[in-house]
Design a protein around this ligand. Structure first.
Ligand code: NDP
Length: 488
């Protein structure tokens, strides 16, 4: 049997073995396409999370002593194994999250790429040599942090699970990973794939559970050395506050309201399909989703007409049937999205298309149609707040300066896109946009394995992905040498 199947019940993964929660408690994981029970997941309590931390603590020194080349070879082998069960993993991911099968397949490939990328980097984590007075010098080493906690969301459990685990392991850390309630299945499968590739027991532990129980315990633990959190800003605040009490460092990835800036000279036939995909990918539940368009007034009507046409053509359906867009993750998330559409109406924006909780024949899942809002102004909530659904807010501007000001007028700063045929304008905007990544005439939601990723402003801090993430998962030791000549 493949490690990647939806079983009737799933357990925790601690110290290299599956085990139920000590309390015996479980919670329901629902299929977003049908609203029906998919499986029952063991709910880690405090004792279970502590057992996972203890297992990680015991395993970490041994793992850190494994030569980097061997750690890298193991990660590379995991990439191979992920690709070996790609179809099964994609089906599980699609079923658990609701995302279209082809997007889930892309996520599987990206997950494999994370392991391949960090596997290749494992024996290339060098330090510096620092010349001092005379012959004196110092060298630096990047050492592991120890036991790291990783609290991840439901939107990309496999991709985010892979990017978190691969880099932590490359650096010689052991981890306790808490997946989200709504989508814990592929992170559990990853733990088993790692074990199959030879990872010693205890180095990776996966503890699904309720956020306010398992997540909160992990965040407040004095026995961990670092926390990486990906999710909503409100929960991020709680995690940071808990970590602060023990002076634990955190990396925060908190989402955004990412703008696509469409200048007067943009090629709309190139931009429209990309802007549409940047919104509907994963039903808008992507931290880096493109949810604002800032467009020059001279191109506004043409862009809106083309986007309305593209949105109307979006096929909504069950992930496994591979539509363009699947359901939202949960009833609560659909309520949230629909309530923002009411907010948009009350604030005076105009709904050009979408806005309904769409019916998909034979399914009672959490579907919505992609929504296009125009007449949006920068102070509106639909321009400022992360909705986390397929809702695109269009803001019209009169010139390039106003385009930059409007794009930057946001509490968030995760990513941005610039659409123009003029290289000077593209470079000027790219240099002046306040965000962690800028795409010129393209958009990079998800993926981007080698590209440092993280936020300015309230989108968070610290960087994941790329070689930059290795800095987050290591600490620097400096060793200084006082060099004397033999005769001294
Ligand atoms: P959360 O931010 O609450 O969930 C992210 C992770 O944090 C989950 O594993 C969750 O567990 C865990 N968690 C919840 N409460 C705590 C706690 N007190 N201490 C430690 N960990 C905790 O996201 P939601 O699912 O509630 O979504 C709410 C909103 O957040 C969304 O509508 C969206 O706007 C935003 N969001 C942003 C994401 C991003 O990638 N930027 C991803 C997900 C959400 P559990 O699942 O058990 O609650």
């Amino acid at each position: 049997m493949s490690v990647a199947t939806v079983e009737d019940r799933t357990d925790l993964y601690i110290a290299g073995a599956r085990r139920p929660a000590r309390s015996g408690e479980r919670f329901e994981d629902r299929d977003p396409a049908t609203g029906l029970r998919l499986t029952e997941v063991a709910a880690a309590g405090h004792e279970d999370v502590q057992a996972a931390i203890d297992a990680a603590r015991a395993a970490q020194p041994g793992w850190a002593r494994v030569p980097p080349r061997e750690r890298g070879a193991l990660l590379t082998e995991v990439a191979r194994r992920i690709r070996g069960v790609a179809d099964d993993l994609a089906r599980v991911e699609s079923t658990d999250t609701g995302k279209p099968l082809s997007q889930a397949r892309a996520d599987v490939e990206v997950a494999a790429q994370y392991f391949a990328f960090y596997g290749g980097a494992a024996d290339k984590v060098y330090g510096d040599t620092i010349p001092l007075d005379g012959d004196d010098f110092a060298v630096t080493f990047r050492e592991p942090l120890g036991v790291v906690a990783q609290i991840i969301p439901w939107n990309y459990p496999l991709q985010i699970g892979a990017r978190s685990l691969a880099v932590a392991l490359l650096a010689g850390n052991a981890t306790v990973l808490k997946p989200a309630e709504e989508a814990p299945l592929t992170p559990l499968a990853l733990a088993e794939l790692l074990a199959g590739a030879g990872l010693p027991p205890g180095v990776v532990n996966v503890v699904p559970g309720l956020g306010e129980v398992a997540g909160a315990y992990l965040a407040a633990s004095d026995d961990i050395d670092h926390i990486t959190f990906t999710g909503g800003a409100e929960t991020g605040r709680l995690v940071m506050a808990a970590a602060a009490r023990n002076l634990k460092p955190v990396t925060m990835e908190l989402g955004g309201k990412s703008p696509s800036v469409v200048l007067a000279d943009a090629d709309l036939s190139r931009a429209v399909p990309v802007i549409t995909k940047a919104l509907i990918q994963n039903t808008g539940q992507t931290c880096s989703a493109g949810t604002r368009v800032v467009v020059h007034a001279s191109r506004h009507d043409e862009l809106v007409d083309r986007l309305a046409e593209a949105f109307a053509a979006v096929r909504v359906g069950r992930g496994l049937d591979d539509p363009d867009m699947g359901p939202l993750i949960s009833a609560a998330q659909r309520e949230r999205v629909l309530s923002y559409l009411d907010v948009g109406r009350e604030e005076g924006s105009r709904m050009v298309t979408g806005g309904d909780g769409r019916r998909v024949e034979g399914l009672d899942g959490y579907f919505v149609a992609p929504a296009l809002l125009t007449d949006v102004t920068p102070e509106m909530r639909v321009a400022r707040e992360e909705i986390f659904g397929p809702v695109l807010s269009v803001l019209a501007v009169d010139d390039d300066d106003e385009a930059l000001r409007t794009a930057n007028d946001s509490p968030f700063g995760l990513i941005a896109a610039v659409w123009t045929s003029d290289v000077d304008r593209a470079l000027w905007l790219a240099r002046n946009l306040q965000c962690g990544q800028v795409y010129v005439n393209s958009y990079g939601a998800g993926g981007g394995v080698p590209l440092p990723f993280g936020g300015y402003k309230r989108s968070g801090f610290g960087r994941e992905k790329g070689l930059e993430a290795i800095m987050e998962y290591t600490q620097v030791k400096t060793i200084a040498f006082d060099v004397r000549a033999p005769r001294e």
